[in-house]
Design a protein around this ligand. Structure first.
Ligand code: ADP
Ligand code: ZN
Length: 213
C-alpha cells in the first residue's frame, strides 16, 4: 500500500500515520520530520530550510523532492509507505508521478480552521527537555513551567498565531487543490477529524479496510 495523508497542519496526520504504520507494517515518511531533524542538526539542508519553516512557508520544491526521492529508494519503502506532509502542492504531486510512484490511496483528514487554530496556538514545548503540552488539552501543573524538568515552556516559532494563520493560508491555496487532483484519479477518501484522537483513528482504520489495507 502506497498512501498519502492529506490535511491541514495540525489535522493529526502524524498521529494517524503512526497508527497506520503499526497496522500495515509500512514506514511513515514525514518530510516535516526530516526537515526539522535537519534544522536541529544544522545540516546544509537545515540551514536552507529553516527560514521558510519559521515563516510558515513551504520549503522550495527541489529540496523536498530530492529528500523524498532518496527516502523512497531505501529498502524499507519497497513494500509500501505512508507519506505524511508530502506532496504539499500540485508540482510535488507531479514530481512523484515522474519518479514512477503509483499511489493507491490518498486519505484526507478534514478539520475546520478554527479547530486547527485552537490546537496549534495552544501548543507549548519545554525549552530544556522538549516535552510538549497544550494550554487547553494537556496543561502543565504550573503555568509556563515544565512538569518534568521545571524548564521554561515556550511557543515554537511556527506555532505563533500569525504563523499558524499563514500555514493555513498556504494549505488552502497550495495543498488543498490536491484533493481535486487525486479525486480525479479516483484515489481520494475523506475522513472527518474528531475531537478525540481514538475516534479519528477508528474512522481511518475503517476507511483503510474498505480499500483493502
Ligand atoms: P505541520 O504539519 O505542523 O505544518 P510539518 O511537520 O508537516 O508541519 O512541516 C513543517 C514545515 O516543513 C512546513 O511548515 C514547511 O515549511 C516544511 N515542509 C514540510 N513538508 C514540506 C513539503 N512537502 N513541501 C514544502 N515544505 C514542506
Ligand atoms: Zn522540561
Amino acid at each position: 500500500m502506497k498512501m498519502i495523508l492529506l490535511g491541514a497542519p495540525g489535522a493529526g496526520k502524524g498521529t494517524q500515520a503512526e497508527v497506520i504504520c503499526d497496522t500495515l507494517h509500512i514506514p511513515a515518511v514525514s518530510t516535516g520530520n526530516i526537515l526539522k531533524e535537519a534544522v536541529r542538526k544544522g545540516t546544509e539542508l537545515g540551514v536552507k530550510a529553516k527560514g521558510f519553516m519559521d515563516a510558515g512557508q513551504l520549503v522550495p520544491d527541489d529540496l523536498v523532492i530530492s529528500i523524498i526521492k532518496e527516502r523512497l529508494a531505501e529498502p524499507d519503502c519497497a513494500g509500501g509507505f505512508i507519506l505524511d506532509g508530502f506532496p504539499r502542492n500540485v508540482q510535488q504531486a507531479q514530481a512523484l508521478e515522474e519518479l514512477g510512484v503509483a499511489i493507491d490511496l490518498v486519505l484526507d483528514i478534514e478539520v475546520a480552521d478554527e479547530d486547527i487554530m485552537r490546537r496549534l496556538t495552544g501548543r507549548r514545548v519545554c525549552a530544556s527537555c522538549g516535552a510538549s503540552y497544550h494550554t487547553a488539552f494537556k496543561p502543565s501543573k504550573a503555568e509556563g513551567v515544565c512538569d518534568r524538568c521545571s524548564g521554561e515552556l515556550i511557543v515554537r516559532a511556527d506555532d505563533a498565531p500569525e504563523t499558524v494563520a499563514k500555514r493555513l493560508t498556504v494549505y488552502h491555496e497550495q495543498t488543498e487543490p490536491l484533493k481535486d487532483f487525486y479525486e480525479a484519479k479516483g484515489k481520494l477518501a475523506i475522513v472527518q477529524g474528531q475531537e478525540e484522537v481514538a475516534d479519528t483513528t477508528k474512522l481511518v482504520l475503517d476507511t483503510l479496510s474498505r480499500y483493502g489495507g
